[in-house]
Design a protein around this ligand. Structure first.
Ligand SMILES: [Zn+2]
Length: 319
């Protein structure tokens, strides 16, 4: 279903400290799918959390996830180009290696929240992990079950049937910024983790090199699908409140495809004639390799488009 009229919007308070005092940062629109609606991104004056308010209601939000929404991508084995298979698998292997590094073991039970079509969980399974997923989109959940034989609960975290302390690791890849209440997600994760268990999260990086030059067109905002934008400070506070201790921040995702989405959005608004030719060049097979040194550099400086945090569950919330 697509949106043709103005969406239902709702004003909300800060999810982290419940304050309603805030300052406006940007008025944003959907510059990816061009669906209607104007949304204000605000910063909480008490704790600094950046969030969308007003934002779509639960009933209207699904309209902003059309079927061609990018994360529902084909399995790696179905990529035609060998180099693409290699690059995509390398990203998943890197995620697994960092989990094994910070978790301190290379087997156990892992839950992936927002597992989409199950590509990451499939990689974990191949390496000997016991894997389960939570995914709200029916078609993606079915795909993960049928193609990879994965255990996937279709719905949201919090509605899930899992027992307390059932998991060694819980992952949120590109998910936390989409949720209505990240603090509730982390509380539920804490409940489902064994003592000492690991949570791995990645989010758009507020310190990304391309946030300032691309401004409202920055892919990290992806309005109105991203309801929160985290800085390292606000995400650390949120983790502490849920009983976690931050082990490390890592910037390891290849940022090229995230960056060209920002390029595409800015061109579409300012120089629409150039979108097709420039995107054709940037997406030509192999072109991304020319940019690899730059993206390695920005990742080394922790200013890539996406940042990850690894944190250990150490007990009760601090307050
Ligand atoms: Zn706040």
């Amino acid at each position: 279903m697509s949106v043709t009229t103005a969406p239902q919007l709702k004003e909300v308070a800060c999810d982290l400290c419940h304050s309603r005092e805030n300052t406006d940062l940007y008025v944003l629109t959907d510059t990816l799918h061009h669906l209607p609606g104007k949304f204000t991104l605000r910063r909480c004056l008490q704790c600094g959390l950046i969030y969308l308010s007003p934002r779509p209601t639960a009933a209207s939000l699904s309209d902003y996830y059309p079927p061609d929404y990018m994360p529902y991508r084909p399995p790696i084995e179905d990529e035609r180009l060998g180099i693409m298979r290699y690059m995509r698998r390398r990203k998943l292997i890197k995620r697994r290696q960092l989990i094994e590094k910070y978790g301190g073991h290379n087997s156990g039970r892992v839950l992936d929240v927002g597992c989409a079509t199950g590509l990451f969980l499939h990689e974990m399974q191949l390496a000997g992990w016991s894997a389960a997923g939570v995914e709200p989109v029916q078609s993606a959940a079915n795909f993960a079950r049928q193609r990879f034989g994965l255990e996937v609960f279709q719905g949201l975290l919090g509605e899930d049937p899992f027992a307390a302390q059932a998991f060694d690791v819980i992952t949120f890849w590109d998910v936390l910024e989409h949720t209505f209440s990240p603090t509730n997600e982390l509380k539920r994760a804490a409940h489902l983790l064994k003592p000492g268990g690991l949570v791995a999260i990645n989010v758009p990086n507020w310190d990304s090199f391309d946030r300032r030059p691309y401004g409202p067109y920055w892919q990290g905002f992806d309005t109105p699908r991203h309801l929160y934008i985290f800085s390292r400070e606000t995400l650390t506070t949120m983790l502490l409140q849920a009983g976690f201790r931050v082990l490390a921040w890592e910037c390891f995702m290849p940022g090229f495809f995230t960056w060209i989405l920002s390029v595409q959005r800015k061109l579409a608004a300012e120089h629409p004639r150039w979108v097709k030719p420039i995107m054709r060049v940037l997406t030509f097979p192999g072109v991304r390799l020319l940019f690899e040194p730059w993206f390695s550099f920005v990742n080394w400086r922790k200013t890539g488009p996406v940042i990850s945090v690894f944190a250990q569950y150490i007990g009760q919330p601090s307050r």
